[in-house]
Each structure stands twice: as C-alpha cells, then as structure tokens.
Write a protein that binds this ligand. Structure first.
Ligand code: LRH
Ligand code: MN
Length: 424
C-alpha cells in the first residue's frame, strides 16, 4: 500500500499553524536549533522485518489483521513507515524468516521505498525442517563439532545473502547456554563459541561488521554463553577490528546501568549498535521509551558525548535498529512510536550543555550536573522532531495520519484478517 504525498501534504497543511507556534516557542527556549534539526533529518533507524506482525507470547497471540504475507509486503510496510516519518530508511532481515527469492527484485522494491538493508540476522536458535542436526543443546557452543559446523555454515550463508542485498553487517545472537547447573562446561562452551565465531569472522568481507548480541537469560534459564556486555566484549576483542558488541536494551539483568555499559563500550571502540525497545521485567520487547524514557535519554547522552569524543558520525558510525514484538498494539503504530521516542531522546541529548556539565563534574557540583541533564530531559523537543519530518517531506504527526487514512483497514482489505507474518 503506497501512501501518496498528497495525503501527507494535506495532513501537514491542517497541522501547520499549531506546529509553527510550538516550533517558534521551542526555538525561543532553546536558541540554536538548526544543527539539531539537521541531525534528526540525517538519523535513520532500521526496522526489524520480524516485528511487522503481532508476535504474541507462549500464552497467546491476537493477530490484528492485514499482516504482511511475504518479504515484499514487509518491505512495503517499512516503506510506509518511512513515508510517514522519513526516519525508518532501512530494514533488518532475519534469516531464514525472510529469505529473498529474487534478490534483484527485492533490492529494486526496497530502493523504490527509499530503503537500505541494515544488518542481517542469523538464526541458530530454532531448528529448520530440513536441518540435519538440532540446536536443542546449542549451536556454536555445542559439544558436537558437526553441529557447530552446521551453525557456522548457516552464518556464512547469511553473510552471502546479505552481500547480495547490499547489507554490510551480520548480527549474531546465540540462545546457547544451559538450563541446569552441571549441564554445561562453561570454559569449553566459551572456547567452542570463540572458535566457531572465528570461522564466521574469517568469512566477513573487508567492509563488513559483525555484531555480537548478548542476553542475560531466555531461552536458557541457568547460563547463557554470551550473557552480558563483558562476555560479548571478551569475544569481540579477540575476534578483531570488524567485531563489535550489540546492546539490546531488554537483555540486561534488573537495574543494570545500561548507559554506563554504553559509555565504556564506546570508549573502547567496541560498541557496534543497538536493538532499541523497552521493558519493565524481562526481555519484554516493548515500545522504546514506553517504560524508562529517562534511561533512553541517559543512553543517548552517553552516545552524543562518547561519539563526539571519538569524532564519530552520529548517523552512520553505529547500528541503529529496533527490536520489538507486539501483543496488543498495531505493529506499525508501535514502531512509529518507538522511532519517535528514540528521536526525542536523541534531540534532548543534543541539548545538553556539555561544557557546563563538564565544569559541574570537575567541581563535584552534583546538583548542578543533575540540573543540566534533567533540564534537557524536561525540554519538550517534539516540535523539532516534527520539523525534521516536515522538512524531509514526511508527516507532522505520523500516527494521526496513519489513523486518519485508515491504513490498517486498507491493509486488511488488501491482505485479509488472518494473515500471519513470519518472525516473532
Ligand atoms: C533475542 C533477540 C535477537 C533476535 C531475536 C528476534 O531475544 O533480541 O536480537 O534475533 O530477538
Ligand atoms: Mn535483539
């Protein structure tokens, strides 16, 4: 379903007056806003191909209708998001959930929608029907060399598929671990995983990156072989310059200080990118900024400070991706809200008076330092984020436009009510 620009133009025309009032007020409050608006226009967040349907949980799944039935329809849905916010200019595929049949046709369709292919994700956490060996006891860690070989071959195949699509990075998330004490020799599991990753790393083209995603628990509930940032860091450090750690916000033990982890990984030059989402309990994969918006701001505060300290390009030098699954909300509305929350956190972090903060920190003026951060977090930057969309031909209020033009109803008419998207 294509969203023609006239619909966006008439939507913006209706909202322009109130938007301009808010922008004038915000600019009067903040002062220099052009630099921030340009950075927001350049900032693109990749949409996960596996989060365009209603994933549900083991207890139940409540499809909302009109879900994409193919990779082509998934690309159309991400194209629709990008037309609405001009900030979702890439799709991240998960193999084998999204194996293209005709690579050139898929590339053409993606570029028609202004989309690139971000990281490709391998999958050795599920057994495929025609698979010789099971991953029940793990993949790259497995005590059985033949099973490790099978998993290595899959990752190398995913790299080849990514190359054909124009992707330049591979994300490896391993469910590998154990459910009971005694089940696994941790050292051997680490060594097997490292040796396996070395073979996959050796297959990376020179301009590619490998993102090693860590997770504290689930589906294993006693140990995970890449369980936290330290373990991921130890692997990527040994692997080489093309290997980095990927931070999924939902993969930490309760109360972990994620912004500190981000600061250290960035300082070490081993931060690769993010899977943005939010959570209150476990790996809930909820809308970014829905539970802990201050944490999301603090993470971007460390990112802006750390990336500027290394002269990094905010838009290009890290992998910005969402990883969510939807139970009770329309997947496309949820993804629009996640992108909005990420853009707001980034804009607020760009507001922070770095010089004043450094001075307060050097004088141990704790209250002053806190005031500087909270002032930025408590500044309403939504008019700047909307202005960035307006200037790049997108909608002032994407969710409102999505509803005003009954996009979900149109998708249901086109695809039916019981279509099931592959993925989570
Ligand atoms: C694991 C994870 C990983 C994906 C999967 C879909 O929890 O975050 O990034 O492969 O979700
Ligand atoms: Mn993830």
């Amino acid at each position: 379903m294509l969203l023609d620009s006239n619909k966006i133009a008439s939507h913006n025309a209706d909202l322009l007056k109130s938007h301009t009032n808010k922008l004038v007020f915000t600019t009067s409050e903040i002062g220099e806003t052009e630099n921030i608006i340009q950075k927001l226009i350049d900032f693109q967040i990749a949409i996960p191909s596996w989060a365009l349907g209603t994933g549900g949980t083991r207890f139940g799944r409540f499809p909302g209708g009109g879900e994409p039935r193919s990779l082509e329809e998934k690309i159309e849905d991400v194209g629709l998001l990008h037309a609405l916010n001009n900030a979702s200019g890439a799709i991240s595929l998960h193999i084998p959930w999204d194996i293209p049949t005709d690579y050139q046709a898929i590339k053409n369709l993606a570029s028609q929608h202004g989309l690139k292919f971000d990281a490709v994700n391998s999958n050795t956490f599920q057994d495929q029907t025609n698979q010789e060996y099971t991953y029940k006891y793990g993949s790259l860690q497995n005590v059985n060399k033949a099973i490790r070989k099978q998993a290595i071959a899959h990752n190398i195949e995913v790299i080849q598929q990514g190359i054909a699509l124009g992707s330049e990075s591979l994300t490896v998330w391993l469910a590998d671990g154990s459910c009971f004490p005694g089940q696994l020799n941790f050292r051997k599991a680490y060594q097997n995983t490292l040796e396996s990753l070395e073979e996959i790393y050796a297959a990376l083209p020179s301009n590619w990156k490998m993102y090693l995603e860590y997770k504290s628990n689930e589906p294993n509930f006693y140990s995970t072989t890449v369980a936290d940032w330290g373990q991921s860091y130890s692997y990527v450090k040994k692997l080489g310059d093309k290997a980095f750690t990927l931070v999924d916000l939902g993969h930490h033990l309760p109360n972990a200080n994620i912004e500190q982890i981000v600061a250290i990984l960035l300082m070490e030059g081993k931060l690769g990118g993010f899977h943005f989402n939010d959570s209150k309990y476990g790996d809930d994969d909820l809308t970014a900024g829905a539970m802990k918006p201050y944490q999301l701001f603090l993470i971007f505060n460390e990112l802006v400070e750390g990336m500027d300290a290394r002269g990094m390009n905010h838009a290009k030098d890290l992998g910005w991706m969402i990883d969510a699954s939807h139970n009770v909300k329309d997947p496309l509305e949820d993804l629009l809200q996640s992108v909005e929350a990420i853009m707001i956190a980034y804009a607020q972090a760009l507001l922070v008076d770095r010089k004043a903060l450094e001075k307060a920190q050097n004088e141990n003026d704790v209250v002053k330092a806190q005031e500087i951060l909270q002032n930025a977090f408590r500044t309403d930057v939504r008019a700047l984020v909307a202005e960035a969309r307006l200037r790049s031909g997108a909608a002032l209020n994407p969710v409102a436009l999505y509803r005003d033009f009954s996009v979900r109803q149109e998708l249901i008419k086109e695809r039916g009510t019981n279509t099931v998207a592959t993925g989570l």
